[in-house]
Design a binder for this molecule. Structure first.
Ligand SMILES: CCCCCCCC/C=C\CCCCCCCC(=O)SCCNC(=O)CCNC(=O)[C@H](O)C(C)(C)COP(=O)(O)OP(=O)(O)OC[C@H]1O[C@@H](n2cnc3c(N)ncnc32)[C@H](O)[C@@H]1OP(=O)(O)O
Length: 258
C-alpha cells in the first residue's frame, strides 16, 4: 500500500519528474491505496502529499562551486543517460540521473512525537547547508539494469575530520545516502540496519570522489548492498562498506500506527 506509493515515488524520482504532475499522481495513488476499510490512516488521503510550495529545487545540478573534475564526471554519467541505438537515434539507456531535494515527503513527519516547528524546519542532512560547495555536493546516477548506483561527490571545507581530511562520519553519511537510495529504489521504503565501513586511505578535503554501490542480494525484506569509495580516476580505494537495509512500514513516518 504505502510501500507501493513510495516505490512509485522512487521510480518517478529516478525519472527526473519529467512530464509528471506529481501532486496529481500522489493524490491519485494515495487515494487509490488508502481507501481500504482496513487502513487506519484516513487523514493522509485527505491531504496533499506534495511537499514543495512550487517547483522543487534539484540540488544535484551543477553550480559554480563544482570543480572541473566534478563537472567532467557529471557530464560523463549524464551522457550515459541518453544512449543511441544502431541507427544513431537517441533512446533512453539504463542510466538515470536522480534528482535530489532537501526533503522527501512533507508529511513523512518522522512520527507524532515531533513538534510542528521541528517538522517545518526538518531538512535532509546532506542538503541542510545552504552555502554552495561548503559541504555535500553530489549527484547520483542509477543503473536500473545492473541495479547499481554511482555518485559523484565533492567534499566541501565544512566536512573536516583529521586536519585537512574528510571526516569519517561524512563519508559514512554519503555511503548511507547512496546505498539507501539504491535500496529504496529497488524495494521501496527502507531503513539502515547496519553499515559496516572500512576506511582504507584518508581523503583530502575538497576531493572529488566516486561512490559505487551495487545490490548484493535481496532476502525477503532484507536488502544487502555493497559500496566502494574511490578517487575520481578510480585509482585509489578510500573506503569500502557493506550495508543492510530492511523494508519498513512507512505508516509511522506519517505519524500513524500502521
Ligand atoms: C519513502 C520514499 C522512498 C523512495 C526512495 C528513493 C528516494 C530517495 C530519497 C532520498 C535519499 C535519502 C536516503 C537516506 C538513507 C538513510 C537511511 C538511514 O540512515 S535510516 C536511519 C538509521 N537506521 C535506523 O535508525 C534503523 C533503526 N532500526 C530499526 O528501525 C529496526 O531495527 C529495523 C527497521 C532495521 C529492523 O526492524 P524490524 O522490526 O522491521 O525487522 P526485524 O524483524 O528486527 O529484522 C528483519 C530482518 O533483518 C535482520 N536484521 C535486522 N537488523 C539487523 C542487523 N543490525 N544486523 C543483521 N541483521 C539484522 C533480522 O535478523 C531479520 O532477519 P530475518 O528476517 O529473521 O532473516
Amino acid at each position: 500500500m504505502l510501500g507501493h506509493i513510495a516505490r512509485r515515488l522512487g521510480h518517478q524520482m529516478s525519472n527526473g519528474l519529467k512530464g509528471m504532475n506529481l501532486p496529481h499522481v500522489l493524490t491519485k495513488e494515495t487515494h487509490r491505496h488508502l481507501q481500504s476499510p482496513f487502513d487506519t490512516i484516513c487523514p493522509v488521503s485527505m491531504m496533499s502529499l506534495w511537499p514543495f510550495s512550487g517547483k522543487p529545487q534539484d540540488f544535484s545540478q551543477p553550480n559554480s562551486s563544482w570543480s572541473p573534475e566534478m563537472v567532467r564526471l557529471y557530464e560523463h554519467y549524464n551522457a550515459l543517460c541518453d544512449a543511441e541505438n544502431e541507427n544513431g537515434e537517441k533512446k533512453r539507456g539504463p542510466w538515470r540521473k536522480l534528482p535530489s531535494y532537501d526533503r522527501t515527503i512533507k508529511y513523512a513527519t518522522g512520527g507524532v512525537h515531533l513538534s510542528k516547528l521541528v517538522q517545518a524546519k526538518a531538512r535532509l542532512f546532506t542538503r541542510c547547508i545552504e552555502e554552495e560547495g561548503a559541504a555535500f555536493e553530489y549527484v547520483a546516477f542509477l543503473n536500473k539494469v545492473e541495479k547499481t548506483c554511482v555518485c559523484v561527490f565533492q567534499a566541501g571545507h565544512l566536512l573536516e575530520g583529521a586536519p585537512g581530511h574528510l571526516h569519517g562520519g561524512a563519508i559514512a553519511t554519503m555511503i548511507d545516502t547512496v546505498t539507501g537510495t539504491l535500496a529504496g529504489y529497488l524495494s521501496g521504503p527502507v531503513m539502515t540496519a547496519y553499515l559496516n565501513t572500512n576506511y582504507r586511505s584518508p581523503v583530502p578535503l575538497g576531493s572529488v570522489l566516486l561512490i559505487h554501490c551495487a545490490l548484493d542480494r535481496i532476502e525477503g525484506k532484507k536488502i544487502f548492498v555493497n559500496c566502494k569509495v574511490t578517487s575520481s580516476d578510480e585509482s585509489k580505494l578510500h573506503t569500502e562498506a557493506a550495508a543492510l537495509f530492511v523494508s519498513i512500514n512507512i505508516g509511522p513516518l506519517f505519524g500513524t500506527q500502521s
